[in-house]
Design a protein around this ligand. Structure first.
Ligand SMILES: [Ca+2]
Ligand SMILES: [Ca+2]
Length: 379
C-alpha cells in the first residue's frame, strides 16, 4: 500500500475524532461560562423575582413600604406596593376649556413623580387609624359657639352634613334643599346615629374634614396630594380628555364611575349599580391603575382654593396659593376637593370631570367627602 493511499485511509477518521474533541472543548468552555455567569448573578441578587411592567396587581398587598430603594420605573410602568402606585413625573395640560371659569386658563404643569393610594381611604383603614390614635373627628366634637355665632343652639351639637334628598324636584340653586346638618352623624354613623358602617368596611370613609384627613395622612406617614398632583394622576396619561377614561361619558352604554343617574336630587335610579357610595374600586381603574378618580366620594387636596390661581400658578410642582378666596362665600377660607361624588350629575355639577374643582372650609364634613394619600419618593 502506497503512502498516499494510507494517508487517505486515515483522513476521515482523524477528521471525525478531531472535530469531536474540538466540539467537546468548546462545550466545556461554554458550560464554564454559563456556570460563572449564574454564580455572579446569584451573588448580585439578580435572581430575586422582579415584577414585570403591568403586573401591578400581583403586589397589591405586598408588605413593602415604598422607599428610595424600592424598584420603580421611570416610564409609564407602575409598581403597586402596599396599596400605592408610583406615578412617574411629567408635564400635562391642567384645567379644562369647557368647564367652569375656575378651571381656566388651561396651562402646562410639570410635577415630580409620587406614590399615590390606588383607592380612596376606606372605613377599615380609617378605623385602624382611630384605634391606634384615639383620634376624634371634627364631626364628633361639640362645636364651639364662638365659631358659629349665627347657628341655631339646637344644632350646636356634634354632627355632620348628610345628603337628604327631597321627594319632589327642586331648584338647583338652593343646596339646603338636599343637605341637612344631622346631629350624631359622623364617619361611624354616615346617615345619622341609627346608622353604622357594619358591613361597609370596604366603602370609602366619609364625614371627614380636611383637618381629619391631615391627621390621618400624618399618622400614615403620607400626605394629601396637591391639586396638580391629583389632576395629573386622575388624567392617567390621557391628554385634555373630558373624562378620566376618555371622550364619552357612557361608552357603549357602560357607566365608568359611581355618579348620579335620574333627575337630581329627587330621583336616584342607580343605573350604575349604586345609589349611595360604592365599595372602593368597584369600577375600572384609570391609566395609572387608580380607582374612583371620578365619582364615588370627593377627595381633599392639600391646597388652599382660589378661582384665579391658574392664571398665576408656577409651572413646576404648584402647591396652591398662600391664602384662600371664594367670591361665592367671601371670608370663608377653603381647601380644594377633587373628583366629584356619587351625587354628581350632568345637569348640576358634572364634577367627575378631571378638570373640575370644588372647595370647602377645612372643618366641613359631608356624607360624600373622603380622601386618598400620596407620598413623595423617599418619604
Ligand atoms: Ca350611582
Ligand atoms: Ca373619588
Amino acid at each position: 500500500m502506497s503512502a498516499e493511499r494510507q494517508n487517505k485511509r486515515y483522513f476521515w477518521p482523524s477528521l471525525f475524532i478531531g472535530a469531536f474533541f474540538a466540539g467537546a472543548v468548546l462545550w466545556c468552555v461554554w458550560m464554564y461560562k454559563v456556570v460563572e455567569r449564574t454564580r455572579k448573578q446569584q451573588q448580585e441578587g439578580f435572581f430575586v423575582p422582579q415584577p414585570e411592567p403591568g403586573a401591578a396587581s400581583h403586589f397589591t398587598n405586598a408588605p413593602v413600604a415604598p422607599s428610595r430603594g424600592t424598584q420603580m420605573r421611570t416610564n409609564s410602568a407602575l409598581v403597586n406596593t402596599n396599596g400605592m402606585v408610583w406615578v412617574p413625573g411629567g408635564t400635562f395640560w391642567m384645567g379644562a376649556e369647557d368647564g367652569r371659569p375656575d378651571e381656566t386658563p388651561v396651562h402646562k404643569v410639570t410635577v415630580d413623580g409620587f406614590w399615590i393610594d390606588t383607592t380612596e381611604v376606606s372605613n377599615q383603614q380609617f378605623e385602624k387609624f382611630v384605634q391606634a390614635t384615639s383620634y376624634v373627628t371634627v364631626a364628633e366634637r361639640k362645636p364651639d359657639p364662638k365659631d358659629f355665632p349665627d347657628a341655631k343652639p339646637e344644632l350646636l351639637v356634634p354632627g355632620s352634613v348628610v345628603f337628604s334628598p327631597p321627594t319632589n324636584a327642586v331648584p338647583l340653586t338652593d343646596v339646603s334643599a338636599w343637605w341637612e346638618y344631622v346631629p350624631g352623624a359622623n364617619w361611624q354613623h354616615p346617615e345619622g346615629p341609627d346608622s353604622s358602617i357594619a358591613g361597609r368596611e370596604k366603602y370609602p370613609v366619609v364625614h371627614v374634614s380636611w383637618e381629619d384627613a391631615v391627621a390621618y395622612v400624618k399618622w400614615a406617614g403620607k400626605r394629601l396630594p396637591t391639586e396638580a398632583e391629583w389632576e395629573y394622576a386622575a388624567r392617567g396619561g390621557r391628554e385634555k380628555q373630558p373624562y378620566v377614561w376618555g371622550k364619552e361619558l357612557v361608552p357603549n352604554g357602560k357607566w365608568q364611575a359611581n355618579i348620579w343617574q335620574g333627575q337630581f336630587p329627587n330621583e336616584n335610579t342607580g343605573t350604575d349599580g349604586f345609589k349611595g357610595t360604592a365599595p372602593v374600586a368597584s369600577f375600572a381603574p384609570n391609566g395609572y391603575g387608580l380607582y374612583d378618580m371620578a365619582g364615588n366620594v370627593w377627595e381633599w387636596c392639600a391646597d388652599w382654593y382660589r378661582p384665579d390661581y391658574y392664571a398665576q400658578s408656577p409651572a413646576k410642582n404648584p402647591a396652591g396659593p398662600d391664602d384662600s378666596f371664594d367670591p361665592e362665600e367671601p371670608g370663608a377660607k377653603k381647601r380644594v376637593q377633587r373628583g366629584g361624588s356619587y351625587l354628581c350629575h350632568e345637569s348640576y355639577c358634572s364634577s367627575y370631570r378631571p378638570g373640575a374643582r370644588m372647595k370647602c372650609t377645612p372643618d366641613t364634613s359631608l356624607s360624600h367627602t373622603g380622601f386618598r394619600c400620596v407620598r413623595s419618593n423617599g418619604g
